[in-house]
Design a protein around this ligand. Sequence first.
Ligand SMILES: [Zn+2]
Length: 261
Amino acid sequence: MNVMAIGAHPDDIEFGCSGTLMKHKERGDKVVYVCMTSTESKSGTSGKVLRSLEQLSSEVKCATDLIGCDYVEFASFTDLHVPFNFESVSTLDGMIQTYKIDTVYTHWAGDSNQDHIATFKATMAAARYVPNVYCYEQIPIPRHTENEMNVNYYSDITDYMESKLEVAKCHKSQIEKYKKEGFDVPHRLKVLAEFRGIQANCDYAEGFNVIKMVDKLLWPRLEVQADDVAKALGHMDTEGDYITEPNTEDGNEFDIMKAWK
Ligand SMILES: [Zn+2]
């Protein structure tokens, strides 16, 4: 699978779905990280710099290295001013085509941050041909929204919980910013994952809202399973080619496996 995670700001992807991205990497999928903004972050009211360009660069590198992202892309939009227009849609459209993306993770439609909402809308337009589109949750801090997020897909990240926290802690500038406001973000990420885990019947989970999921991608997985069975039965050589005349009496099984291909 070719996976693209899209976030308006550095840290959105990490807080929202880095556990699941690490699962993708473990499974051998290609993971592309896309951040829509590439400017320093300033407070909209005080003008104080909340994340310098240097911090942006070093924190994203720390996080994407830990996740194991294959590619890291920055769009050229300004923090707090991400647009939903031709530029943002065509930027994502181009990246989706370049990397032949079949699975996208992005913000959620009911999010309260204007950059997140614009990124969601731009993703929806750009990902119109992408078979699988999922929305991840926003950072667990007080944010009022009109609609509760409808979590209808869970990813068990029990084995990745500690790694996810390490990834999140790469964003020191943001962890410190929220700490001053009284929010312990790593702790809250763990609490949220535990809550989603209770719903999903596992220790820790990430919750998603499914925009669409096209099941044709199940077939390549079945092929992988068929290959594993073929190897186990001696019907496949070390190069991954089926043996046309296997030295076995299980002819029927072999025919069935050929049919799967
Ligand atoms: Zn954000």
